[in-house]
Design a protein around this ligand. Structure first.
Ligand SMILES: [Zn+2]
Length: 257
């Protein structure tokens, strides 16, 4: 298949999966079933028809309102759909028609749903972080540009660094910093991106998290001692490391040689 067509199809599928990830992110922390009942308006509970469920377009055409009760629909829905579609397309673009792409699509989908939940609830549920680690452990036995031990070491090192920070931060900063959810997420990410990718992930996550924290503090949106979820930043770093980790490391190494 042509790359262009393949990527296009993945974007379309990704948009639809993004719509499902919205449902998972909303229902999973509330302990609700993710398959039943079918999608409905959170306010009037009217069951949504397929015309109401077209990713992004329904939201645009309905002017971000429920067709039945006019309740406004949060912009998070189309944004999660678009981000998932774009990420699926990028994975297909980067890894083509391969087993790596199959794993990559699962990987980025986990990252999207975990980020949304962390932003809302400040938690990274075990029911998602453990399966992500499991999927990565199995996938890396079959696919990947590095040896299996490299991925294993990436997971151990990444999670180890965050675990150390979680232990030390009460002494260093006088408050809880990293949560154990971040440690478990990082184990799965490291297992997916390998040793160098793990360091790229942590570097980008800390840097972008710091910038976001400073910006929010500066605009008074984050109170003193307020918590910023780290999962979305780890996910951002992970996506960059997954898609461009090796060229980035190469470029960085060339600076010193
Ligand atoms: Zn409604």
């Amino acid at each position: 298949m042509q790359t262009g067509l393949f990527v296009f199809l993945l974007v379309i599928y990704g948009l639809t999966i993004g719509s499902f990830l919205n449902v998972v992110a909303l229902r999973l922390p509330a302990g609700e079933s993710i398959v039943y009942p079918p999608s409905r308006c959170p306010r009037c509970h009217t069951r949504l028809r397929s015309a109401d469920l077209v990713p992004i377009f329904s939201w645009l055409f309905l002017r971000s309102k429920c067709r039945y009760c006019q309740a406004s629909i949060h912009w998070q829905y189309p944004v999660v759909e678009a981000v998932t579609g774009i990420l699926w397309g990028m994975v297909g673009w980067r890894y083509g028609w391969s087993g790596e792409t199959v794993f990559g699509l699962v990987f980025v989908s986990f990252l999207v749903v975990l980020s949304v939940i962390d932003l809302h609830e400040l938690i990274l549920p075990d029911v998602l972080t453990y399966p992500l680690l499991g999927v990565a452990l199995i996938a890396r036995a079959f696919t990947g540009g590095h040896a299996w031990w490299n991925y294993l070491a990436g997971g151990a090192l990444g999670a180890g660094i965050l675990l150390l920070l979680a232990w030390l931060s009460p002494y260093l900063f006088g408050k809880e910093g990293m949560g154990l959810g971040d440690v478990k997420l990082m184990a799965g990410i490291g297992m997916a991106v390998g040793l160098a990718g793990s360091l790229v992930t942590l570097f980008i996550a800390s840097f972008s998290g710091l910038l976001a924290g400073l910006f929010l503090r500066w605009t008074n949106q984050l109170r003193e001692g307020g918590h910023l979820p780290f999962g979305p930043f780890l996910s951002l770093g992970a996506v960059i490391a997954y898609l461009w980790g090796d060229p980035l490391v190469q470029w960085y190494a060339n600076l010193f040689v």
